[in-house]
Design a protein around this ligand. Structure first.
Ligand code: DQA
Length: 144
């Protein structure tokens, strides 16, 4: 199984950025743990602060991988272009957020991505990514 985790803008600063909201753990150390939890799953990771690069990455894997776990950061609330990229590919995408966006500012309550994703997970800290991986594994087992 091949899964790609994509982190969008400002998520390269996890561990440093607003720790009261996003926690104090860096993503790389979390990723090591996640890979150990799923030794039979190939978990790739990509982070970019640029909308077009995220779209290119969705196109690159979107017809061959088993799933994408996407935290598009603030682009979640602004990007029709990322939503179109998700619609264009066949690989299922799970939208994830570290924080519970519905408990935060109103502009974070709307996502352009949710309607074109397989599902949404938010508010479980870094565990949101593990739950996203679980959802893809589950979906993969069902479609076999
Ligand atoms: C986020 C929530 C977004 O509203 C915010 O812009 C982020 C991170 C989250 O993981 O909680 O950058 O996607």
């Amino acid at each position: 199984m091949k899964i790609l985790i994509i982190n969008g803008p400002n998520l390269n600063l996890l561990g440093v950025r607003e720790p009261s909201i996003y926690g104090s753990r860096g993503f790389e150390s979390y990723l090591d743990e996640l890979r150990k939890t799923y030794p039979n799953v190939d978990i790739e990771y990509f982070q970019s602060n640029h909308e077009g690069s995220i779209i290119d990455e969705i196109h690159r894997v979107g017809f061959s991988y088993d799933g994408i776990v996407l935290n598009a950061g603030a682009y979640t609330h602004t990007s029709v272009a990322i939503a179109d990229a998700i619609s264009a590919v066949t690989t299922p995408v799970v939208e994830v957020h570290i924080s519970n966006v519905h408990r935060r500012e109103e502009f974070r309550h709307h996502s352009y991505l949710s309607a074109v994703c397989m599902g949404v997970i938010c508010g479980f800290g870094l565990n949101s990514y593990r739950l996203g991986v679980e959802a893809i594994i589950d979906n993969n087992n069902k479609t076999k």
